[in-house]
Design a protein around this ligand. Structure first.
Ligand code: COI
Length: 368
């Protein structure tokens, strides 16, 4: 069933209601804490998308019976707009983000929409608030689309909002420390883990507190008896090692099986690594015992995480609670092999495209 009727925003013209500008902060605020002046808001009522509107950011009014407050039909996206070294504004892989949002909407039984039309309206929103895009490299405008179901069961009423905030780096500390406890999994296979749904994030917050108690910023999510390594915190995970034959290999968990979110930065890394053709690139689940063995044999070169917020982040330590009643085992992993690490090369390539130093038009949309 196509819940959103035509899935279009009904050729209803976007209305832009400009508000008086708040002051753009001089310092970059903590991640996702300060909103720009405007948001995009589109209501879905009576089986139809209503007139899309860009208007002043303000609190949303939600009825206490709105289903999003009870059963969590909410989906999110994350994409960024950058101010390039040439002064131009670029949105990175907005089309991929919109397709993923549509897949999440279907999975969450929320109204469908036209992804290209939504992308165009996001471009309009970024243009309206363009003075909020920070100038320095390492900063961006984080764009957060979300859709919340307000009705009962399959939502006949929903609200789609896009809100933006100026951001710097997602985590402030240098390299990441990860905490692996086989008792904790992020999701179950083929459940909803492959979709950017709010219900995948809420249960992880308390478990992150346990990671923090072990001096770690994020959890390393394991799955099943074999302790498959799936994701790290809110990011995808990569392992760069020498395999048992001494060949260089980059491994990341596969999207098949529904245990990981199909990250857009993950996909960009895989595309670049395959284009470079300098080492094997494999999509499979490494296990915790393989990781331990490789660490003991000194075959691990790097472990790093990727995400829209975190870009590419090295990990230098894994704290592994192998047995429930024993102290965790600590494993250090190199993250800067001779100063020429793969994560840095990938970080430079991706941010090079985002800030307009490297031309990759199919991944960037210039906002004129
Ligand atoms: C992102 O990386 O864009 C995310 O949505 C993760 C979020 C926890 C900031």
């Amino acid at each position: 069933t196509v819940v959103g009727g035509t899935g279009k925003f009904d050729a209803k013209k976007l209305e832009i209601h400009r508000s008086v500008s708040k002051n753009v902060p001089k310092e970059i605020p903590p991640f996702g804490t300060v909103a720009t002046d405007h948001m995009l808001e589109i209501d879905f009522k009576g089986g139809e998308w209503q007139t899309p509107m860009i208007r002043a950011v303000e609190d949303l009014k939600i009825h206490p019976l709105a289903k999003v407050l009870h059963y969590c039909p909410v989906i999110i996206e994350g994409l960024k707009a950058f101010r390039g070294i040439d002064g131009q504004i670029r949105i990175f892989r907005g089309d991929a983000s919109m397709s993923r949002m549509l897949a999440s909407a279907k999975r969450a039984a929320l109204p469908e929409f036209c992804p290209t039309q939504l992308e165009e309206m996001i471009v309009d929103l970024v243009r309206v608030d363009k003075e909020w895009i920070p100038l320095n490299e390492g900063t961006a405008l984080y764009i957060r689309p979300l859709m919340a179901g307000l009705g009962v069961t399959r939502s006949k009423e929903a609200k789609l909002v896009v809100v933006c905030s100026p951001v710097g780096s997602y985590l402030t500390s240098g390299a990441l420390k990860l905490y692996a406890n086989p008792a904790h999994s992020r999701v179950a296979p083929d459940s909803a883990g492959a979709f950017k749904m709010g219900c995948n994030y809420a249960p992880t917050i308390a478990l992150t507190d346990e990671a923090a108690a072990h001096g770690c910023a994020q959890s390393l999510w394991l799955w099943g008896e074999k302790q498959l390594i799936t994701e790290a915190g809110t990011s995808n995970l990569f392992l760069f090692w020498k395999d048992k034959l001494g060949e260089l290999e980059l491994i990341t968990p596969p999207t098949q099986g529904g245990l990981i979110l199909p990250g857009i930065t993950r996909d960009s890394i895989l595309t670049l690594a395959r284009e470079w053709a300098e080492f094997k690139v494999t999509e499979r689940f490494p296990t915790m015992s393989e990781l331990m063995e490789a660490a003991k044999e000194g075959r691990i070169l790097e472990v790093f995480c990727s995400g829209t917020a975190s870009v590419v982040m090295p990990c230098d330590r894994i704290v592994y609670k192998q047995k429930p009643y024993e102290d965790p085992v600590e494993m250090s992993v190199p993250c800067q092999a001779d100063g020429e690490s793969l994560y840095k090369k990938l970080h430079e390539a991706i941010t090079g495209i985002q800030y307009g130093k490297i031309d990759r038009p199919e991944w960037t949309r210039i906002v004129k």
